[in-house]
Design a binder for this molecule. Sequence first.
Ligand code: UD1
Ligand code: MG
Length: 509
Amino acid sequence: MPQPHLRTVVVLAAGEGKRMKSALPKVLHPLLGRTLLGHVLTAAAPLAADRTVVVVGHGAEEVRVHLTEIAPDATPVLQAQQLGTGHAVRIALEAVPEAAGTVVVINGDVPLLRAETVAALVAAHEGEGAAATVLAAEVPDPTGLDRIVRDAAGRLEQIVEERDATPAQRALREINAGIYAFDAVRLRDALGKLSTDNDQGEEYLTDVFGLLVSAGEPVGVHVAADHVETLGCNDRVELAGLRRLLRDRVNEAWMRTGVSILDPETTWIDVTATVERDAVIDQNTQLRGTTAVGAQAVVGPDVTLIDTVVGAAATVLRSHAVGAEVGAGASVGPYAYLRPAARLAEKSKVGTFVEVKNSEVGPGAKVPHLSYVGDATIGAKANIGAATIFVNYDGVNKHRTVVGEAAFIGCDTSLIAPVEVGAGAYVAAGSAISQDVPPGALGVTRAPQRSIEGWVARKRAGTVSAAAAERALAEGASAGGPVAREGEAIHGDAETVGRPSAAGDTATE
Ligand code: UD1
Ligand code: MG
């Protein structure tokens, strides 16, 4: 004989959610970091149930797969036809004959429900030795929800369907939230007596209460402190409403721990993300997934961070990051794109219009402007000039580039991987580097420049450029430098062309 289960949780998630008008089952719709179902299971988790059963039906396969990801211990039970909430619970209990003690039933579409509230419901239920206890809420507008009908002494008499309610019952604003605690034995017994003699021809779980009351069993009502927790979600407009409510709850909680959120209405923090004290979250910012923002970091405005870690006192401005790490005191953006495994060490900088993927940017290293850094290791204090491209892909394979400590890469350089630039080496601006540059050397591949005199006057006669050139020449201006006639090559001295100041002039800080 298996041990009896003292607590069993049943989540009802077989409904289609017709009004969502979605290919996705309703309970799989996401809400700030978890699916609706994920939120409900999280609220039930502290009950430490011996078994959690999830009744699946519409989109059963997808819901099952999701459960293996978020709650592998939960047992999905198929309700092939949605014959009502009572039917769903009956099927769930058939799958757990060991269920004794308390059975907690939760509608799958109440994602704002808090663990504390479920725990209080169960404590009240178990404390009073009730046969059944329903979570009720006083709501401003009860339309569409079933009403709690009490007798003169305030005891629950029945739960009435809105469509069956008398005008007086309709005026009641105390509703059934769809969350209950039952005594397993008496629940099983009552479920066996449910009829389908109603409008929808369904077995209503709510009828269990009327049956228990008639049988003289003690039933209880536990009123939720905040009705918002009990809000269900039937369509996408309601889902967006829940999202705003959850956003406010999450933001408020972070502000109370010492986080500055400058514009809470445009700051969306997933329930799974974390923010440390004295961080500042500026407007229009999303912190998603497992994102963790360190103390005194400044994030935003206009930032989306997904599964990204931001170190203490780092700044991230108008940027998008996925699966990245930003070290303490590092600076990102504006307009940076950090892709998976972009790892920015402390005090490094990834600036404007820079994309970084699967690369380490060393401590104090800088990639300030207009660059692509892919599959690279950049040493401490290296400086990567504007418009440097780490050419990592040969069309078939990806290769790595290593830039040594305090190396200096001039602007508009291609580093063609696999390649290594040694510590303290320089690369002249405009180079295409495909061979290793030894430590302390200058790598340069620039073609010598030639200037073809009089070309504009001949080829672009009548343009503003030609006129400007003519005036300048008349004034005796000269740009200096080597000059060639058309078709004539100039052979520069590499030492001159590639002089460090040539790189330095065009590299940027
Ligand atoms: C239900 C309650 C109502 C309560 C409201 C709160 C009943 C009869 N009514 O109404 O008293 O005020 O919730 O939101 O219980 N489900 C199944 N199998 C089924 C039918 C439903 O798994 O055969 C699931 C749904 O997926 C959903 C939950 O049960 O998660 C509730 O079903 P829903 O159709 O939304 O019930 P409501 O009409 O909202
Ligand atoms: Mg509903």
